[in-house]
Design a protein. Structure first.
Length: 308
């Protein structure tokens, strides 16, 4: 097994400078080309402008890459050859020397093992609607319960059963905080009618909480819910019926398992004439911006004071 760090990530690791982990499934399966490549380039530029090393994680020919070259990033976005890879599949992909796009569960594990403390994505996976019949609950929830890293999201994806997802996060002991909100954001929308227990008001505060989280030896992630900016929001009332139509279509076509989330995102993009994709890009970039602030704080102040 080989970890391949990009030059920037290597340098930042050696010097203790800030790094932000990013996933590859969001670009390889969550967005179409070329929008995914534009998004990925903007993300990396934003990081560099702020002296943060972007660490996009992907498995290429069985090697675990943390930070990609330009050519590799384009391949991830354009080739259509990377299978969606969650945490339980990482070892198989490595042993079989395959190409894999890592989901939240796989990415946070690899980031954590690489010594990276902060990760930003769009929305996490969770409990799917109709889960009592399908049993479809994302591995993201379990990975979040056993990977001590800061995860910046716009909440869970709106295609999910959000009350059950929030309950499941609680059951699995995942620490959840809102960023400048007490409402549970729902990906495309800033609210969904559910409330959060903890509101934070700054990246510094989040980094302080994360530091204590580590001091206490708590193994879960610190999941930050950061609502989509108002001007890019699609209100819940507008998107609700579109999501339901997409879910009905997936049931008609018997789409299940790891295909379900990409299918729903694609169908919703079609039904909103691209508006949902724009919102997805905007909320993910907004999370990257917050991730940058948090990782800078963590590398400044995030020293663990107690080893357990
Ligand atoms: N966030 C997005 N778009 C995505 C995803 C997250 O804005 O495509 C991906 C992440 O990789 C997440 C995965 O881990 O969807 C969840 O898939 P599933 O529901 O099959 O576990
Ligand atoms: Mn699933």
């Amino acid at each position: 097994m080989k970890y391949v760090y990009s030059k920037e990530v290597k340098k930042h690791k050696e010097k203790g400078l800030p790094i932000l982990a990013l996933e590859s499934t969001i670009i390889a399966h969550g967005m179409p080309y070329p929008e995914n490549y534009d998004f990925a380039k903007k993300t990396e530029q934003l990081c560099r402008k702020n002296n943060v090393a972007p660490a996009t994680v992907a498995i290429l020919k069985g090697n675990v890459h943390v930070g990609l070259t330009k050519k590799e990033l384009l391949w991830v976005c354009k080739s259509g050859k990377l299978a969606k890879t969650s945490k339980r599949e990482i070892s198989t992909f490595v042993a079989k020397k395959k190409d894999g796009a890592t989901t939240v569960s796989a990415t946070i594990w690899i980031a954590y093992k690489s010594g990276v403390s902060v990760f930003a994505t769009g929305g996490i996976g969770g409990v799917h609607k109709g889960s009592s019949k399908s049993f479809d609950i994302s591995q993201d929830i379990i990975a979040l319960s056993e990977t001590p890293i800061v995860v910046v999201s716009a909440g869970a994806k709106a295609i999910l059963d959000l009350p059950k997802t929030m309950e499941s996060l609680e059951t699995h002991g995942v620490s959840v905080v809102g960023y400048k909100t007490s409402d549970v954001p729902s990906f495309y929308s800033r609210t969904c009618g559910l409330k959060l227990n903890i509101k934070t008001n700054s990246a510094k505060e989040i980094s302080e909480i994360y530091c204590e989280h580590k001091n206490l030896g708590i193994l879960s992630s610190l999941l930050v819910m950061n609502p989509v900016p108002k001007k890019h929001e699609i209100p819940e009332s507008k998107i609700k019926s579109i999501i339901q139509e997409a879910i009905n279509k997936s049931r008609g076509l018997n789409i299940r398992g790891k295909e379900l989330t990409p299918f729903l995102l694609k169908t919703i993009t079609k039904k909103t004439n691209g508006k949902s994709l724009k919102t997805n890009v905007a909320l993910a970039l907004n999370n990257v911006k917050l991730g940058i602030k948090i990782t800078k704080q963590v590398s400044k102040h995030g020293k663990v004071t107690q080893n357990i």
